[in-house]
Design a protein around this ligand. Sequence first.
Ligand SMILES: Nc1nc2c(ncn2[C@@H]2O[C@H](COP(=O)(O)OP(=O)(O)OP(=O)(O)O)[C@@H](O)[C@H]2O)c(=O)[nH]1
Ligand SMILES: [Mg+2]
Length: 349
Amino acid sequence: MRFVDEVEVAVQSGHGGRGRSSFRREAYVMFGGPDGGDGGRGGHVILEADPGVNTLLGLRSRPLWRAADGAGGGQNRRNGSNGEDMVIKVPAGTMVRDAESDTLLMELTAPGERRVLAEGGRGGLGNIHFKTSTNRAPRKATDGGEGTMLRLRFELKLMADVGLLGYPNAGKSTLISRVSAARPRVADYPFTTLAPSLGVVSLGLDSQFVVADIPGLVEGAAEGKGLGLQFLRHVERTRLLLHLLSLGPDEVETPLVRYQILRRELVRYSDRLAGRPELVVLTKHDTIDAEGLAGVRAELEAAGVTVGAVISAVRGEGVAELVREIWKRLGEIPGDDVGDVGDPLAPRV
Ligand SMILES: Nc1nc2c(ncn2[C@@H]2O[C@H](COP(=O)(O)OP(=O)(O)OP(=O)(O)O)[C@@H](O)[C@H]2O)c(=O)[nH]1
Ligand SMILES: [Mg+2]
């Protein structure tokens, strides 16, 4: 089980543009002086901690991240334009190491933080700089500086955005394996999941979130019954809880009763956890008919519990809608609503 996302890529800053060697040519001016402009600076490679990015998935889209070269200087003292910077967006908490030596080069801790990872080469000097009292017509101009190529390893301790809660067998692991590359064990008996695992859910390169699957909870979990207590802390810092309630035929209590039992455990465990925004998801839709579902909904809604989604992970029904709903809800929850997050680099799951 890996809680650390790791990506190796190369970055290359731009080369500086060449300085220009040229002379003024105008009507009625016999010997125009040097007028070659400077080359532009090569683009920097910049690392930016973007609050909208949660994983290093986007980095994998190319093996080389290259900034543009500076343009050469022009006649008429025109300087070449600077090469465009390459901005790499990563989540706060990302650490960057030299891939060969393993040396830590930088870590971005605060959202919005920007640091230059590789400086672009300086622009070369045009021949206007080389004019002296003894040399009025210098031909000399210099080359731009070389950009820098680095092989880097990016590391991120994943923080889960969404925590899956539910009774054993509620279908938590089935859901995470449906929406992410995570493949926890799924089986028809309680406590199949013995340790938490994380999955990265991707709606596009710039929109991902991380889901934590934990073992099922039972009544008394807050006191350490079942496997519950030790794992609740893994979802303590998530921004959104998905409370999964199975519609399956083997359950003893109704979904409402199971919901209320787990809510009580959450409150007993921590007010902060119980106060997290929550989305109630009815699972195993395929095992119940429309009338049965309507009854469950009515019972929940009469008790003030809003059903956020109804899915069948096995058939894939309602799952895409659920993913979009989670994404929407995460967008509405401020990122700093996670309370005291302590050391941003400490593993949270
Ligand atoms: N019919 C049906 N069965 C499902 C669905 N989702 C999950 N199951 C079954 O329910 C059982 C339990 O699923 P899991 O995903 O292991 O449940 P869990 O919540 O992770 O369980 P624990 O890890 O024990 O807490 C398995 O036999 C699944 O195949 C569904 O949408 N429809
Ligand atoms: Mg499981």
